[in-house]
Design a protein. Structure first.
Length: 219
């Protein structure tokens, strides 16, 4: 799974350009432009990153995260737990769980930043090919197909799920390396923990992981 995560982030950092405006009205252009801007920022800040690896978190938060619908992704990860909270009869108990849900979304955001920053340390100059854009005029969900190409190694197919928000912007929310949904995998991981330990335990677990320092391979 880690090699797929690495490949996934490389798609979003595959082309060198800088500070291009992101057209969020077009899902295909959005993914490509975010890739260009994020990688350009990493290149520009290379000296800073060499001195402080945690600066990668800053890059991720400023260049990548604005185009990821982390709130929607967090809710998808929790799955049926959201419905369970909606059906709580006791108002005080329900209010307490809603506050936990809000806290989970905030912590999930920080967890994504730390996870993506760690993956960026694995960049080795791989090339990325983007599949041709398709007509999306009637769609609310779009699959943006890409392929990681590295000499001497099998190609890795990566699909990005993006959704049209109520405001009309397109945001990424899931990645499917070789057809495997990362959100579905995380949902499966949390399912049993939520049932036995509760949401508070999951929040604490993610909070600890989100505060880990960024490390390069071999450190």
């Amino acid at each position: 799974m880690m090699k797929f995560l690495i490949a996934t982030l490389l798609v979003l950092t595959s082309c060198v350009s800088f500070a291009k405006g992101v057209d969020e009205s077009n899902p295909y252009l959005m993914v490509r432009t975010v890739a260009e801007n994020t990688f350009a920022r990493i290149t520009q800040d290379k000296a800073i990153i060499e001195q402080d690896k945690n600066h990668l978190k800053v890059v991720v938060e400023e260049e990548l995260l604005p185009y990821i619908d982390y709130r929607y992704a967090a809710q998808r990860v929790l799955g049926s737990y959201i419905s369970k909270v909606r059906n709580i009869k006791d108002k005080e108990e329900q209010k307490a769980e809603i506050e936990k849900l809000k806290r989970f979304i905030d912590v999930f955001r920080e967890y994504l930043i730390t996870s993506y920053a760690g993956i960026f340390t694995q960049y080795r100059g791989q090339e990325v090919e983007f599949a041709p854009a398709q007509d999306f005029s009637e769609d609310k969900l779009v699959l943006v197909k890409t392929k990681i190409v590295e000499s001497g190694k099998p190609d890795i197919n990566i699909d990005f799920k993006v959704r049209k928000t109520k405001s009309g912007e397109w945001k990424g929310f899931d990645m499917l390396p070789e057809g495997i949904s990362l959100l579905d995998a995380k949902q499966s991981e949390f399912h049993g923990i939520l049932r036995t330990e509760g949401l508070g335990y999951v929040i604490d677990m993610l909070d600890k992981k989100s505060k880990l320092p960024v490390q390069f391979a071999g450190e």
